[in-house]
Design a protein around this ligand. Sequence first.
Ligand SMILES: [Zn+2]
Length: 257
Amino acid sequence: MPLFDSHCHLDAPEFDADRTGLLAECRLRGITGFMVPAIGADNWQRVMALSAREPDICFALGVHPCFVAQQPTDVMARLTTLVQQRPSGLVAIGECGLDGRSHLPQAGQQQLFEAQVRLAMTLDLPLIVHSVRANDTVLKLLRRHRPGRGGVIHAFSGSLHQAERFWELGFRLGIGGTITYERANKTREAVAAMPLEALLLETDSPDMPICGHQGMRNTPLSLLRVLDELAALKRLPVSHVAAVLYESTQDIFHLGK
Ligand SMILES: [Zn+2]
């Protein structure tokens, strides 16, 4: 029963001390695929180097909305040049998107997100979308551009109505630690009602620890707990959920093709 962590920041310094051992443990437990999204110009090379060392790690390149203010002014030109070279292991553009939390600078977020949507469309790649307190604006923007390869709304949190609109636009929903929290009622209900084919598993490691592990480093090993919780929500056998979601991940990222 192979599993795929469709969103984990394995290049983060939090993993410097034990990355090799952790990856070995993951593989032993059946987690045999990893998608590592970039967050900005200063980690693109790190992400690519990690993927070059580890054949089961693929990656996305882009600019995360939380780090828009720290980017060089020519960030889109640099990103375009890099992805046009189609580095081996590149499967998507991201993570990009909008983050509406009030402590974050909003200037430039939308402009950079739209530029990355257009880039993904030019290169026929899927998008890894970060949408926090911004689902309706993200939906409006995606509806305007209609990126053909769709992508993933990573760490989906929202209503069933929003989930359905994303799915209609060709976006799958990344399901992670959020569903392990009882209080995430709305998201749990939305996930339970969505078709299995619309969902992907992810951990967002080292962020978004599962319930009971707050304040600790998250790792791709949490994927097993997310899978159990998802199977329980859907009232389906774990092995079936795992098989459908694995297939879906291969499909969206064009892996094994
Ligand atoms: Zn992320």
